[in-house]
Design a protein around this ligand. Structure first.
Ligand code: ARG
Length: 558
């Protein structure tokens, strides 16, 4: 490198693109345009995608087998650098931490694991190792390394020339890594040396970020669908416990007709199933791999793109490089599906907030999910339902941000796309947070069935059943409606429900009222006359509940 070139490199701050630049970046701009502070959470995805790319270029002859192996090992180590960047799910073990605990290297742990007969794909997820704390494999591993340590026979080589990253190195690279792609390259260089610089052969950050985000969304969809299933099962449990308990249904928030409490709860199960199917549908559409699309026109190497697609669990490679590098429909669809879910969660939250008021008195809020007032000692506030209602605003906001972000973009990649990440992270986190609590909250709901029943059996909620009685007698429904309306007015004037009005009085309104009228309007009959698919007749609800339980217990939503 000439002195001039070195100066230039210095000026551009060791960027991935510094070659053609003479002037340094404005310092404030440099800081402001970095995505590393938020895309650092894509570390696991970036490492996985980089491993897949390495396999692809190795197959194209760019890396020897030995180089590929070093590259993969190095990438695994980079993935372990900061456990908090790639949060470990419960039951997952971080090889780096485990290595420290057992006095060995993450690499030796992986080696040992991969040689065990029980070891299979479910044990690895990106750079993580999935082993429950009581997994016999883990116990055996601990024994193995304890013995190795005693005998001091652990002969696995480490990369001596490039010692493991120190915290100080890490902090330094954190400070100037432009984005997660830059960061991984910097770290990999520390771990395996100049070989790392070959990794970028035939690829572009444009395809990388498109791939990382697809991996992120795919996982977020799976987690959301699991959470939805848990919530739906909690609602079903509640509905089963409610048995034949009744409540008023409302239209215009005015009491309409009695329904089974189970019927009302199953309405939310229907919404949840639509949400899950929307997410599954989006997942299937987005499950294609952009790697090999290059910056815009396709990789400059003859890569077998199916290698990377297969390695990352995609159904295949994306069909068009311009679309693949600039497409963020999957972010739009994901956030839109979450926004719709947010609307459902918010409606549920609103109903519970309302039903928990003294005015309704249908349920007692679980104390574990409520707070008091610092000013008014008598209060129990529905914070959880209110916050759920409020959080739905962020979900709708994320979907709106994505739609507005994308609408004016010319093909193909534009840096604007970087702005699409944070709302997606925020929406995914928001939903994860809610669904982490909602099933337990739902299970702990205690209804006041007496109050619900009394609200469902007063206020002429059987008027429609009464009109149906007359129409079954041959009175045109319009006329029957009018007659029962008159009967209701009669009842209101004399302070009586329909079943308490003497038959003679009713017969003055219509001769069609007969002795059998009172049998047609009690609560059970009022429910059971809705004997259609999707209706609130008791047998129909029982069947619907059993079907819902079966659907949710099968793999469809799992
Ligand atoms: N941080 C960038 C993003 O999120 C990565 C892609 C950068 N590509 C580029 N040509 N500058 O979009």
């Amino acid at each position: 490198m000439s002195e001039q070139q070195a100066k230039t490199k210095q000026a551009a701050g060791g960027k991935m693109w510094s070659g053609r630049f003479r002037e340094p970046l404005d310092a404030a701009f440099e800081q402001w345009q970095r995505s590393f502070p938020f895309d650092v959470r894509l570390l696991a995805q970036e490492v996985a995608a980089s491993k897949a790319h390495a396999q692809m270029i190795a197959a194209a002859g760019i890396l020897t087998d030995a180089e590929l192996e070093r590259m993969i090992d190095g990438l695994d180590q980079v993935g372990d650098i900061r456990p908090e960047f790639a949060p470990i799910e419960p039951g997952m073990v971080n090889p780096r931490l485990l290595g420290a605990e057992l006095g060995t290297t993450p690499r030796s742990i992986r080696r040992w694991l991969s040689k065990q007969p029980e070891f299979c794909e479910i044990h690895v997820k990106h750079t993580r190792i999935a082993l429950a704390k009581d997994d016999p494999l883990l116990l055996r591993m601990k024994n193995h390394f304890a013995i190795q340590a005693n005998l001091n026979l652990d002969g696995e080589g480490t990369y001596e020339e490039f010692p493991a990253t120190t915290e100080a190195d890490l902090a330094a690279s954190m400070a100037h890594a432009e984005d997660i792609h830059h960061f991984v390259e910097l770290q990999l260089t520390r771990v395996i040396g100049p070989l790392a610089l070959k990794l970028h052969t035939g690829r572009s950050r444009n395809e990388q970020i498109a791939t990382d985000m697809r991996l992120f969304v795919r996982e977020a969809i799976d987690a959301t669908v699991k959470g939805l299933r848990r919530w739906a099962l909690a609602l079903i449990e509640l509905a089963e416990q409610a048995g034949d308990a009744v409540m008023p249904s409302y239209t215009h928030l005015q009491r309409a007709e009695p329904v089974l409490v189970a019927h009302w709860l199953l309405a939310y199960v229907s919404m949840i199933e639509r949400d899950a199917s929307r997410l599954a549908d989006a997942r299937q559409r987005m499950n294609l791999c952009p790697l090999g699309s290059g910056a815009v026109a396709g990789a400059t190497l003859a890569l077998d793109r199916t290698i990377a697609a297969r390695a990352l669990g995609f159904a295949g490679p994306t069909p068009n490089s311009m679309d693949a590098t600039s497409d963020r429909d999957f972010l739009l669809e994901f956030t839109q599906a979450l926004a719709t879910l947010g609307v459902h969660i918010s409606r549920f939250a609103e109903e519970l907030t309302l039903y928990a008021t003294a005015e309704f008195g249908f349920l007692d809020l679980p104390e574990a999910f409520s707070t008091g007032s610092s000013a008014m000692p008598q209060k129990k506030n529905p914070d959880f339902t209110e916050l759920m209602r409020g959080k739905s605003a962020r979900l709708v906001g994320a979907a709106t941000t994505l739609a507005v972000l994308l609408k004016g973009l010319p093909l193909a990649y534009n840096k604007d796309l970087q702005e699409g990440q944070e709302p997606v992270f925020d929406a995914a986190d928001t939903v994860r947070g809610i669904l982490g609590i909602l099933p337990a909250f739902t299970r702990s709901l205690k209804f006041n069935f007496e109050r619900m029943k009394s609200a469902a059996t007063t206020g002429y909620l059987n008027a429609m059943a009464a009109a149906t009685y007359l129409s079954n007698k041959g009175v045109a429904f319009r006329r029957a409606h009018e007659i029962v309306g008159n009967a209701v007015r009669l009842g209101l004037e004399s302070g009586r429900e329909l079943d308490a009005i003497p038959l003679a009085k009713l017969q003055e309104l219509s001769p069609e009222f007969g002795e059998d009228f009172h049998a047609a309007i009690p609560l059970e009959a009022t429910l059971d006359c809705h004997d259609v698919i999707g209706g609130t007749a008791r047998t129909r609800v029982r069947a619907a509940l059993a079907q819902a339980r079966q659907r949710l217990s099968s793999d469809a939503l799992a």
